[in-house]
Design a protein around this ligand. Structure first.
Ligand code: NAD
Ligand code: MG
Ligand code: MG
Ligand code: MG
Ligand code: MG
Ligand code: MG
Length: 335
């Protein structure tokens, strides 16, 4: 089992006198910047000219500068812009201004692990990645708690990188909940695998196949939506709260019996073999190469076509109609 680090394991002194530049003010950016500031850290937000976030960040009491200016004065630069934009911004606005002996930080390992960003040898490189969306990271912190993080040291130029990474995790509230050490390689490969095979790719295809099976057998699409899609959240909430055991306790014995008997017939050993192939494509860089190429040469043509095609699926049409009947969905959607 992994060792868990808490507030009392942190050498907070390493943050004293340090200036942290948070580049980007989106989901993660606003949460890191505000939590660090509330923890007493000197924070500057780096944004491009004309960004709509400039006003929002200033109104929240934060200092805002251009990315280049923020990086130039920072002891820690946390890069929180979309992963596919990071390499360009790094080359033009970050690398030329990075102070020797400062730290370059990320919330996801993709660009460093796949060598889209190759930091110079005289800076520390670490990751602190909250296991939750930015709004949850901010809200939980404001309520006195924290969202667990994983953290990693990729390059220790100063001999202090481990301490700085843990202190950063404390600054955003992570060590209140507990943080676990990983590597850039492990975080990147497992993150991509999880979203492709299970969380996004796997679940969306499972729901779609179930919905299509019922519709093709002549059942009403509205009923198919309720049974194969809408109820997913109820089931996942129970698993999230208390494991599969809590979910299975809550469902009927009939449902539980069908769970054990039909599950392995639908998601088979062949599916597991396909997962192993997906993992292999991630590990050997095939997926990263395809995705980077899609962004560079293709103008995202294939990606945008798939997005359009999936948005037009009957499942989405009927879902949109049914969700319109669910008044409680229209009130809290921030997370
Ligand atoms: P986001 O899309 O929410 O925010 C992007 C921000 O970057 C915006 O403020 C945008 O204005 C700014 N930006 C875009 N281009 C810019 C440029 N050229 N210069 C300066 N700023 C620019 O991004 P996010 O979801 O917060 O993701 C940031 C990082 O955090 C990524 O590495 C991501 O993998 C990681 N991460 C995200 C989550 C999550 O739940 N969203 C969780 C863990 C880790
Ligand atoms: Mg998106
Ligand atoms: Mg992930
Ligand atoms: Mg991901
Ligand atoms: Mg049912
Ligand atoms: Mg039961």
């Amino acid at each position: 089992m992994a060792k868990v680090f808490y507030d009392q394991d942190v050498n907070w002194d390493v943050m004293k006198g340090k200036k942290v530049a948070v580049v980007g003010y989106g989901s993660q950016g606003h949460a890191h910047a505000l939590n660090l500031k509330d923890s007493g850290v000197d924070v500057v937000v780096g944004l491009y000219k004309g960004s709509q976030s400039v006003e929002t960040a200033r109104k929240a009491g934060l200092e805002v500068k251009s990315v280049a200016e923020a990086v130039a004065e920072a002891d820690v630069t946390m890069v929180l812009i979309p992963d596919e934009k990071q390499a360009d911004v790094y080359k033009t606005e970050i690398a030329p201004h990075l102070k020797s002996g400062s730290a370059l930080a990320f919330a996801h390992g993709f660009n460093v692990h796949f060598k889209q960003i190759v930091p110079p040898a005289d800076v520390d490189v670490f990751m602190v990645a909250p296991k939750g969306p930015g709004h949850l990271v901010r809200r939980t912190f404001a309520e006195g708690g924290g969202v667990p993080d994983v953290f990693a040291v990729e390059q220790d130029a100063t001999g202090k990188c481990f301490d700085v990474a843990l202190a950063y995790a404390r600054g955003i509230g992570g060590t209140r909940a507990g943080v676990i050490q990983t590597t850039f390689q492990e975080e990147t490969e497992t993150d991509l695998f999880g979203e492709q095979a299970v969380l996004c790719g796997g679940i969306c295809q499972l729901i779609t196949n179930g919905f299509e099976t019922l519709c093709e057998a002549g059942y009403q699409p509205e009923i198919a939506y309720f049974e194969c899609f809408h109820e997913m959240k109820l089931i996942v909430d129970l698993m999230y709260e208390g494991g599969m055991a809590k979910m299975r306790k809550s469902i009927s014995d009939t449902a539980e019996y069908g769970d054990y008997t039909a599950g392995p017939k639908v998601v088979t050993q062949d599916s597991k073999k396909a997962m192993q192939q997906v993992l292999k494509d991630i590990q050997d860089g095939t997926f990263a190469k395809d995705w980077l190429l899609e962004n560079k040469a293709g103008g995202r043509a294939h990606f945008l076509a798939m997005r359009r095609q999936h948005a037009e699926h009957p499942l989405e049409k009927v879902g949109s109609k049914l969700r319109g009947m669910m008044s409680w969905l229209h009130t809290h959607q921030e997370d």
